[in-house]
Each structure stands twice: as C-alpha cells, then as structure tokens.
Design a protein around this ligand. Structure first.
Ligand code: SAH
Length: 405
C-alpha cells in the first residue's frame, strides 16, 4: 500500500477541523507532501505545529481539496486512524439507525434519504431509498474509491433488492470524477412506484434528475397542501408533480403544474393519473418565467403558488447574481398571486442565506408595490440532516408568505 499523503495546513487555519468541519479548501493548505499523482488519495492532515488532526481524501482537481473522514478532535487524544472501509460501514449503519428513529420507512412513506453526505459524516455520499431500490450518489473522490464497500453494505440493507450507482454531471465537474448511472445489483424493469405521505409517484431511477426524485420537500408539500382545500394552485418548477399532487389530494379546486422539462412533465402526468387526480391537476411543459409573463398579461391569478426553482447559485461568488434572479422570478410570481393569497417560495442554493432570501422578498414586494408578510420559514426534511459544525449543509429555504396591500 502506498503511504498516505501529508497535507500541511497554513498557520491559523486548523481550528474548524479540530471541531469537526469536513471540508479543507486549497486556500488553507500550505503544502502537500508525497506522490499526489493524477488522482490524489488518502491523506493525513496536520496543523502548523505538525499535530495530526485527522485523515481523509485529497483530490488535486476537487473544488474542495480535501474531505476529512476521521477527526482527531483534540491533541489530548491519541489518534490511530481506522481503515476507511470500517468507518464507512459503521457510519452507514448509524445513518440507517437515525432514519429508523425518525420513523422511516413508514406505512405511507417509502421514499426518503438514507444517507445525507456530510450531514451523516460521510462526505460526498448520498443514498436515497425509493421503495426497494437504493440509489447511491458518489459525489467525491473518496467515496468513488470506497465504491465497492458502499455497494456491498447498501445491498444488504433490509428491504433493498436493487442498487443503482450514480454520479451527476454537477458532481463530476466539481470533483473531476466520471459521470455514471448504472444498475449494480438486482433487477429493474422500468420505473418503480413509491409512496410519500400517501401520494404515489412513479420514479425513474435510471433516467430521472439527480437520484430520481426530491424527497427533501416532503414535509413542506404536506404542510402547504393543508392550506390548499378549495383553492386554485399554481405549482411552478413542479418536476414530477409533488406539491401539486399533495395539494390536489388535500382538496384544492384546481392545480396547474408547470415545468420546462418534457420528461418531468410526462412523469407528472403519469403521477396525476396514478393518484386519480385528473379532474383537478393540469400539467404544462413550458418556461416558468414565460408562463408568468403570459399569465400576468392575461390577468390570470391564483390563490396559492409554489415557486421551487433549481439551484441559482452554484458557488458563493454567484450569490449576488442568484438573488437578482430570485427577485425577478418572485416579483413576477407575486404579480399573479391574489391579494391575501399564500405563496411558498424556495431556494435550494446553499450560498443564499435565509436573511438574504428574506431581504430579496422585501425587494420583490417593493417592485410590485405591495407588502409581503412572512408566516414561516421551513427547510429540508429530517432525513436530510446537516452537521452542526457545517451549517452550509442546510441548503433549503422555503418561505411561506402572503401578499398584502
Ligand atoms: N418542485 C419539485 C422540484 C423542483 S426541481 C418537487 O417538489 O419535486 C427544479 C425543477 O425546475 C426541475 O424539474 C427543472 O426541470 C425545472 N426547471 C428548470 N428551469 C426551468 C424553467 N426555466 N422553467 C420551468 N421549469 C424549470
């Protein structure tokens, strides 16, 4: 076995890592000692005094240069790093145990996140469970290296018959790892059906976005749906129909689901039929901004609106630009919201804070010459935990607002 690399930190940069932060950016690194090669590899991290503070994986091409897997936490403690495979096995078991504690799976929900990367102390590893299929998303070089161990553990989990391994284009660019989507265990013939608080969806695990479905909004869909009986609902950026389906099931009078992706809208239509909601939900494949502009010029309005766009800020330096985009979108969306109507508007950009997002909403309201009342701020579901030391893992902001005078 090759010797691990030694990653030496610059003076004054080690504190977050003593308290357990997993990400070391290249700016904090003074020097890397050893054969880095093209791919990097296992690494020991040292502070400016030569104290070992943890071990992890160094990736010379990654935006995050090093992800720490094992932290020493204090110089009082002797530190003997364990084999990474053992650490991964143990943390996977812990992650599964946490979901059990939180009530997953349950009689009405078999689609949820089993492992949420840094939030479960497994940097870069996401595992979603869709009924009896597990979709493993390898989002870091370290996890790509540990692929066989991960697959082996996941396929033995209770209730899992098939395993898909995926790496999205986004992750591939950030970490310089190959894009893939492959069935590595069991069988899959076509989409599978999952349940989420009683709503059924067909999930195309081999062809959908990300790992096939977005479970992070589950509880927000249920909460918002409770506010929709008898109302007219516009679900913008609907993907496969989640918010609109819950609203319709809860008694909405009419739902319009809009997404620009053909395959998303086709799936949404399938899901509408699957839940017997054809008489309530209509779907439309079009650009959300164009839909809003057209609706405004036609004078169409809704009493409930969901705005759940894709991530607008890919990095910290894109945050300002993203806020401008959110402002344009929200101004338009509020222009077709009935006075007194309720809107749930979301950002899944981890670089946009709650405070910035709320300020943006004030601005959007001002542009429309009306006030904005904030009722609640929600976030991702409990199966998407974030580490207390790395609050950037709390990426979802969902604001329930109403439009005033
Ligand atoms: N609300 C969804 C998740 C939305 S993900 C849910 O509850 O599951 C973001 C969605 O925005 C994707 O489905 C993507 O296809 C869609 N999208 C991206 N750009 C768009 C645009 N300009 N207009 C409409 N939809 C768009």
């Amino acid at each position: 076995m090759t010797e691990p690399l030694r990653v030496l930190l610059k003076p004054g940069r080690s504190k977050p890592f003593w308290v357990g932060h997993p990400w070391v950016f290249s700016g904090a690194i003074k020097k890397v000692v050893g054969e880095i090669g093209d791919l990097g590899g296992e690494a020991v991290v040292e502070d400016e005094r030569g104290n070992v503070l943890g071990t992890g994986y160094y990736n010379p091409h990654g935006k995050i240069a090093l992800r720490i897997l094992q932290h020493r936490r204090s110089t009082d403690l002797t530190f003997t790093p364990r084999p990474p495979a053992d650490v991964v096995r143990e943390r996977l078991a812990l992650a599964v145990g946490r979901r059990k504690n939180l009530g997953f799976p349950s009689r009405d929900t078999d689609g949820y996140r089993l492992v949420n990367a840094e939030g479960d102390s497994l940097p870069g590893l996401i595992v979603d469970r869709w009924a009896n299929v597990a979709v493993i998303h390898l989002g870091s070089r370290g996890m790509v290296t540990l692929r066989d161990v991960i697959v082996d553990e996941v396929k033995r989990l209770e209730g899992i018959d098939s395993v898909v391994v995926a790496t999205t284009e986004d992750a591939s660019k950030l970490e310089a790892i190959p894009v893939e989507r492959e069935l590595v265990h069991g069988n899959l013939d076509g989409p599978i059906t999952i349940q989420e608080r009683g709503v059924r969806y067909k999930v195309d695990v081999l062809g959908g976005q990300k790992t096939g479905f977005y479970a992070d909004q589950r509880e927000n869909r249920v909460r918002f749906a409770k506010l929709c009986p008898g109302e007219t609902v516009l679900d913008l950026f609907s993907y496969v129909g989640g918010f609109g389906l819950h609203a319709a099931r809860a008694g909405a009078r009419a739902v319009m689901s809009v997404d620009s992706s053909n395959s998303a809208i086709e799936s949404a239509a399938t899901n509408v039929a699957l839940n017997g909601l054809d008489s309530v939900v209509q779907v439309q494949c079009t650009d959300a901004m164009n839909w809003l502009k057209e609706s405004r010029s036609l004078g169409r309005t809704w009493s409930r609106i969901i705005v759940d766009p894709p991530k607008f800020a890919r990095g910290r330096k894109h945050a300002a630009e993203a806020l401008k985009k959110y402002a344009r979108l929200n101004t338009l969306a509020m222009s077709v919201l009935e006075p007194g109507g309720l809107m749930l508007t979301c950002s899944c950009s981890q670089h946009v804070s709650d405070a910035d997002f709320l300020r943006m909403l004030t601005d959007a309201g001002h542009r429309g010459r009306h006030s904005v009342q904030i009722h609640e701020v929600w976030t991702q579901g409990a199966d998407h935990p974030f580490s207390a030391v790395a609050p950037e893992g709390r990426y979802l902001t969902a604001v329930l607002l109403s439009k005033g005078a």
